[in-house]
Design a binder for this molecule. Structure first.
Ligand SMILES: [Zn+2]
Ligand SMILES: [Zn+2]
Length: 245
């Protein structure tokens, strides 16, 4: 009897919407009303995923002029609407400005399919780390929680391991929001490194770096440079959402 009930439990696991906190009756993504504001990435630069208002995707001028250190940025959604609300709740929605960790699970569902595509040719997955001070303030790394939630919902039989300790954030950078493009680059330059004890796990590896939101690719570029400097073969970036520069 218990066995039979247990077998059905995963099918009936209602969850609150990560944006509006209403009960959803399902545990995937946003509730029906909030889902209406989801904006798929659509036409975008094949390298940096910057959204493009043209019929067919072309490599943008910035990527052609100065090719970035990563191979490409992948993101299923544009940043905005209720998805942006949900990501802000994940990072700051808890008591006294801490994060709301449980929001990562339904959000992970919005990344699961892109995650499945992105990890198929990777050796390891590395979430973008927070600086120790911000990690203490938030209580967890949102990029790591989103990656773990997506991994759990991904159907591949063999999946690369998520290794949170591979990258370290050595400087407490300012929040990227509100900074200009040039300021963002200076803000993140040299902010990441691979600690020597982790170098062996990076050398010769294809690595997928996971973040919650990619805006200017300054953070993505800084992570990729640190991993390549430590001997990684190739770095791809996967984010839940891509914001316009
Ligand atoms: Zn909702
Ligand atoms: Zn580009």
């Amino acid at each position: 009897m218990h066995l039979a009930i247990d077998a059905f439990l995963p099918l009936f696991f209602p969850e609150r919407c990560p944006a509006c906190d209403q009960w959803m009756g399902h545990d995937l993504g946003l509730c029906e009303s909030c889902s209406a504001s989801l904006y798929p990435l659509g036409v975008a630069c094949p390298t940096c995923a910057e959204p493009q208002d043209i019929p067919r995707a072309v490599t943008c001028l910035a990527c052609r002029t100065k090719p970035p250190p990563f191979r490409r940025v992948l993101a299923p959604w544009r940043y905005g609407g209720e998805l942006a609300v949900a990501i802000r709740r994940l990072k700051y929605g808890g008591p006294s400005g801490r994060g709301l960790a449980h929001v990562a699970r339904p959000l992970g569902a919005l990344l699961a399919s892109a995650y499945e595509d992105a990890v198929s040719d990777q050796d390891i997955v590395v979430p973008v780390p927070l600086h120790a001070a911000r990690l203490r303030a938030r209580g967890f790394s949102q990029a790591q929680r989103i990656a773990e939630a997506a991994r759990k919902q991904c159907r591949l039989a063999i999946q690369p391991t998520i290794l949170p300790g591979i990258l370290e954030r050595t400087r407490a950078t300012r929040e990227q929001a509100g900074l200009s493009r040039a300021e963002r680059r200076t803000n993140t330059a040299g902010a990441f490194l691979v600690p020597p004890r982790q170098a062996e796990r990076v050398r010769g590896k294809n690595i997928l770096v996971v973040d919650d939101v990619v805006t200017t690719t300054a953070t993505s570029g800084a992570c990729a440079r640190a991993l390549l400097a430590a001997g990684a073969t190739r770095v791809d970036i996967l984010a839940l959402a891509r914001a316009d520069n």
